[in-house]
Design a protein around this ligand. Structure first.
Ligand code: PLP
Length: 362
């Protein structure tokens, strides 16, 4: 290949995203607890909507996503004109980087922040800036101190992945208020639904002109495989993002299934409550075995071990028992394992396997 044919600066610095493992060689009856998926799957109404969409596969989808945006707006009490839908919230994150950051610009993410912030920043040709957390919690002071006149975006996930921790509304508001004038704050609310009564940052988006929120159908709504996310922000920001959004970025199947999932409030609430119950049980069970975790506000716990060796050994043991969890060394947490909250049987299997690993078989 000609030496003159080169990708844009930054592109070759991107390390490929590694998805959660789904199989173990030689082990059947595996449970995948590595990608924070809803163990109960999507709402039956969403599956019906997806099936019905099969009859219309020859038709182009609508470009304005009006029906889904209205459903989202109704449920969350939002202005539908300030909602944008994308191919997972990953696409909204990519739009934000593409639209607001380029060569010479800086984009802040936290020490244990979601991998896509860095990937999308580099893809846009901008420079990712990693800011320390305080004991696995977003540090507002440190973020404000890291801002320069080149900072264009600040990404925080609240609750955060893979730590499961979150910061309070006052802290987030202090961050938004303290940013330089050219900086947009992105509140990634992928796990907001798991926090009872939490608006994900809607109040702050409405109160200010420098805050955007991203949300997803991949976690609580159990539609990770279908790829649907959305964002909510000030009208001028949403208008900018819509200019770079492909007109047909979402298929009818995606739009219809997401709308049905959003409107099935009973199912969403059932999944949220069951996650909260099992999360408390699993965290407590592991803590009793000498494996602590921070109080999680999401659908996983970050189990801490003595060191990377012990985490690796426990991971291998869990695998031998058909339990696939996530190593998070790539998130600067080599001594931890991120364990998605499965159904009750899966949680019991995890607790039993960790007990076995710790030499205290139940
Ligand atoms: C899972 C996750 C998302 C969701 O990504 P999708 O593209 O919507 O599937 C976004 N942010 C964080 C922090 C996540 O963990």
């Amino acid at each position: 290949m000609s030496a003159e044919i080169r990708p844009q600066p930054g592109v070759m610095e991107i390390a490929l995203y590694e998805g959660g493992q789904a199989t173990v060689d030689g082990v059947s009856d595996v449970v995948k607890l590595s990608s924070n998926e809803n163990p109960f799957g999507p709402s039956a109404a969403a599956i019906d909507a997806f099936r019905n969409a099969a009859q219309q596969l020859h038709r182009y989808p609508p470009t304005d996503h009006a029906s889904l945006r209205c459903a989202i707006a109704e449920v969350h009490g939002l202005d539908p004109d300030r909602v944008i839908c994308g191919v997972g919230s990953d696409e909204i994150i990519a739009f934000l980087c593409q639209a607001y950051a380029g060569e010479g610009d800086e984009v802040i993410h936290t020490e244990h922040g979601f991998a896509m912030y860095r990937i999308s920043t580099l893809a846009a040709g901008a420079t990712p800036v990693e800011v320390k957390e305080r004991e696995r919690v977003t540090d507002v002071e440190a973020i404000l101190a890291a801002c320069t006149d080149r900072t264009k975006l600040v990404f925080i996930a609240n609750p955060n992945n893979p730590t499961g921790t979150m910061i309070g509304g006052n802290e987030v508001a202090r961050l938004a208020a303290g940013l330089p004038p050219q900086t947009l704050l992105v509140l990634d609310g992928a796990y907001a639904e798991y926090v009872d009564g939490f608006d994900g940052g809607v109040g702050l988006v409405d109160a200010r002109d420098n805050v955007v929120m991203t949300r997803t159908f991949s976690k609580l709504y159990g539609l990770g495989g279908l790829r649907i996310g959305w964002g909510y922000g000030p009208k001028p920001v949403i208008d900018v993002l819509n200019r770079i959004r492909g007109p047909f970025n979402l298929s009818c199947a995606q739009l219809d299934a997401a709308e049905a999932a959003m409107r099935d409030r009973d199912y969403a609430e059932k999944c949220r409550a069951e996650n909260a119950r099992l999360r408390a049980w699993l965290a407590e069970s592991l803590a009793e075995l000498g494996v602590p975790s921070d109080t999680s506000c999401a659908n996983f716990i970050l189990a801490r071990f003595a060191d990377a060796d012990e985490a690796g050994a426990c991971d291998a043991h869990l695998k031998s028992r058909g339990l696939i969890v996530r190593r998070v060394a790539g998130y600067n947490l080599p001594h931890c394992l991120r364990i998605t909250i499965g159904d009750e049987a899966a949680c019991r299997r995890v607790a039993d396997a960790v007990a076995e690993f710790k030499g205290r078989a139940t």
